[in-house]
Design a protein around this ligand. Structure first.
Ligand code: C2E
Ligand code: MG
Ligand code: MG
Length: 717
């Protein structure tokens, strides 16, 4: 089979003749030569067969009775049948042959034919037909590949273009519409500059007009292109598109003929990059510069100030009650408040000033180009005034004040670090001075801060020695004047500086976290003392202990109390926990849960310094509280100022409404006592019945009260 000739594989011939003898002899000749032979006895039969089968060649007699040879030729031409017709005719006159060839026959032979000549003619016709077929396939393939390339080019995400040597478009793919919204047909013949955005004009000119050859024929640049008004589908910037352009000059055999190039849309990549840069230097919540950007700018401003012998001011700003908002109203509202605050702060800025958010509720501001402290004061006053109006967030009217520390360059520091640290210290001073105000840094603040560091160090030491003492101040029933309990108050017996009151070290202990250790110490000592007194059969009275916010926040808050009571075998009723209003407003859900736990243990809960914080009646109702402690500032104003007196009246009325017990602290005089009694206040604490005394003195006092002595007579004031 491998030895098959070409003819055997594929050459077919149809022999059409009405004479049987002729048909047979031709069939034999062709078969012997390797052709696959079919025969037809008439023109009509031949046309039928041609409709059903394909033949490479037809040997065709012209004159036949039933459909002549011409009708076969017409049929082949009409139906565009791909075959070659060789006319074998007895009509050798010139006219009939000519008209057959004219109609579309390929060649002709005269009867009687010479076999070799016939075979040569058929072979020639067959070859011709096959060559045409091959050409047709190639042609078809070429068309296909052209189509493919078109498809690839038009579906490329990049804009592909060609320019003539004048810079006019000679080719553009369809992508130009998707990307820029321009119809490519409108652009053909237009100059490229029609597409280049104004900010990239010069660069584009340089790229397109520079004549390069050889290795450096192509180059990459980033340009901005214009978009058509129709290009609304672009997400970000609909007026322009950033592209990466790869552009090459086209050389024919000689001079430059034009340019072709590929423009890639890098808008999103650019925007992502810009976004990343933006995020690195901005606070995402307020869109203000962050610390890094502020420090960058401050650095420049300092260099500038040095050169021009100018001053500048750095302000540190902390919102006074922000934590409360965040804790009670939630972070979403806290976040929106911060946004509104930053907007108002921006209203206070002059051109060139920078406002930054350092995190949380801390903002920093620097003002270049300042003459003196007066200029900075003006801005600080403006900020305080701007914050006066309440902020409305989700139906809440929120009042926000801020404490501002100001450091001047060069007086308060020469480097960014010292300026910021100084402004920070000044801000703390402003907080210490009652908040809602500003302070300029001065060197005494450094001393104060050093002093604080000293206190911190010494306090740590004092906890390991016996220098911290727990003292007890009596609490009595208002009408019977019987002793009902004590409040534990700490004192620091400093080896060099003498007695230090808690006001001078508790805030530092709270800031440094030392209050946790201090608190554990007080709890242990106080319960140990109560246990001791009880063993002597002296009293069933309870002790009230003050707890700071940080202590209440601890997960171990409850367990430490329970362990201490267990340690001394005391019931919960031996203890009252004093917390301030601000504590209960922190993280309300947590605090409520913890206080409930204490209540179930029989421990009483008192709200200390009541009236000085911000708690509202509606909040208070949700807490398991037993007692309100009227702050001594209100007690001292009884009968002195109408305002103070009416606050006391209001607190008493509120406590009655909430069915809470009342204790007044700081009661020093009989008229105060009488007034409080007349209002129905149950308990009294104050110098009228004695100051806080050490454990031993308290022990003595107890024995004397037990033996029937009047506590008033025992009070040493
Ligand atoms: P506080 O809990 O409101 O304590 C009452 C303060 O008023 C005590 O001051 C007490 O000595 C004083 N005081 C009592 N009666 C009178 C009076 O008739 N007239 C005047 N002028 N003052 C009176 P102290 O002991 O200096 O304590 C100050 C604050 O220190 C306390 O206020 C409390 O908040 C805190 N503190 C004291 N001991 C502790 C403690 O162990 N732990 C914690 N976390 N804080 C404590
Ligand atoms: Mg207290
Ligand atoms: Mg108090």
């Amino acid at each position: 089979m491998n030895a098959l000739t070409d003819a055997q594989i594929c050459n077919t011939v149809l022999i059409v003749d009405d004479e049987q003898g002729q048909l047979d002899s031709l069939s034999e000749l062709m078969s012997l030569s390797g052709y696959e032979v079919s025969t037809a006895r008439s023109g009509n039969e031949a046309t039928r067969m041609l409709d059903e089968n394909a033949y490479d060649t037809i040997l065709l007699d012209l004159s036949m009775p039933d459909g002549d040879g011409y009708s076969v030729i017409d049929h082949v031409i009409d139906k565009a049948i791909h075959t070659k017709i060789v006319v074998v005719s007895g009509n050798t006159d010139f006219e009939s042959t000519r008209s057959a060839l004219k109609k579309g026959a390929y060649d002709f032979l005269k009867k009687p034919y010479v076999p070799d000549e016939l075979l040569a003619t058929v072979k020639n016709a067959t070859n011709k037909k096959q060559l045409e077929l091959a050409n047709q396939t190639i042609h078809h393939k070429l068309e296909e590949s052209e189509h493919l390339h078109r498809f690839i080019v038009d579906h490329s995400p990049d804009i592909v273009f060609m320019l003539d040597k004048e810079g006019r478009f000679t080719f553009l793919n369809d992508t130009v519409y998707q990307s820029l919204g321009f119809d490519k047909n409108e652009l053909i013949g237009e100059h490229y500059s029609k597409l280049v955005a104004s900010q990239s004009k010069d660069q584009a000119k340089y790229v397109f007009t520079e004549r390069r050859s050889g290795q450096r024929k192509s180059r990459n640049v980033e340009l901005k292109l214009k978009c058509s008004d129709d290009a609304e589908f672009r997400y970000f910037d609909t007026t322009s598109m950033s592209i990466d352009l790869n552009n090459s000059t086209i050389h024919g055999n000689g001079p430059i003929e034009g340019t072709y190039g590929v423009a890639r849309d890098v808008t999103e990549k650019k925007q992502a990059q810009e976004m990343i840069n933006y995020q690195a230097y901005h606070d995402m919540l307020t869109r203000l510069p962050n610390r890094a950007l502020m420090e960058d700018r401050l650095n420049l401003a300092i260099t500038h100030a040095v050169r021009n012998k100018q001053k500048l001011a750095v302000m540190f700003l902390d919102l006074d009650r922000f934590k409360w908002v965040n804790d009670t109203l939630g972070h979403a509202i806290g976040d929106r408040l911060l946004q509104s605050v930053s907007q108002r702060l921006e209203n206070c800025l002059r051109k060139g000033d920078t406002l930054a958010r350092f995190g949380g509720d801390e903002f920093a501001l620097f003002l270049p180009n300042i003459h003196d402290e007066g200029d900075a004061s003006i801005i600080a006053d403006k900020i305080l005034a701007e914050l006066k109006e309440p902020f409305t967030v989700d139906d809440h009217d929120l009042y926000v004040t801020s404490s501002i520390g100001i450091a001047m360059y060069p007086d308060s520091g020469l480097t960014i670090e010292t300026l910021i640290a100084s402004a920070d210290l000044a801000m703390y001073a402003a907080k210490g001075n009652g908040k809602n105000g500003y302070e300029f840094f001065d060197t005494s603040m450094n001393e104060a801060s050093n002093a604080r560091l000293t206190i911190e160090r010494e306090l740590r030491k004092a906890l390991t020695t016996d220098d911290i003492k727990v003292c007890y101040q009596p609490q009595v029933a208002a009408t019977s004047e019987k002793l009902v309990g004590f409040e534990a108050l700490i004192r620091w017996e400093h080896p060099e500086r003498g007695l230090i009151y808690p006001g001078d070290f508790i805030p530092i202990a709270e800031e440094t976290g030392l209050i946790l250790e201090l608190g554990r110490y007080v709890l242990d000592r106080a319960l140990a003392d109560v246990k001791h007194w009880r063993e002597e059969g002296l009293t069933n009275a309870r002790v009230s202990i003050n707890f700071s916010a940080l202590q209440v926040q601890q997960d171990s808050f409850i367990s430490e109390i329970v362990e201490a009571l267990d340690k001394y075998g005391l019931p919960g009723a031996a203890l009252e926990v004093e917390i301030t209003e601000n504590i209960i407003m922190n993280d309300m859900a947590q605090v409520i849960r913890k206080l409930r736990k204490l209540t179930t243990l029989g421990i009483k809960i008192a709200v200390d310094d009541f009236g000085t914080g911000y708690s509202s009646l509606s909040y208070l109702q949700q807490f398991p509280i037993n007692t309100l402690k009227i702050d001594k500032s209100f007690v001292s104003s009884i009968n002195v100022s109408d305002e103070g007196t009416s606050i006391v009246n209001a607190i008493v009325a509120m406590a009655k409404g909430l069915k809470l017990d009342l204790i007044a602290e700081g009661v020093e005089t009989d008229p105060q006592l009488e007034y409080l009694k007349s209002l129905g206040c149950e308990a009294i604490q104050g110098y009228l019945f004695g100051k806080a005394e050490g454990a031993e003195r308290t022990h003595e006092l107890l024995s004397q009260v037990e033996s029937g002595k009047d506590i008033r007579d025992l009070a040493v004031v």
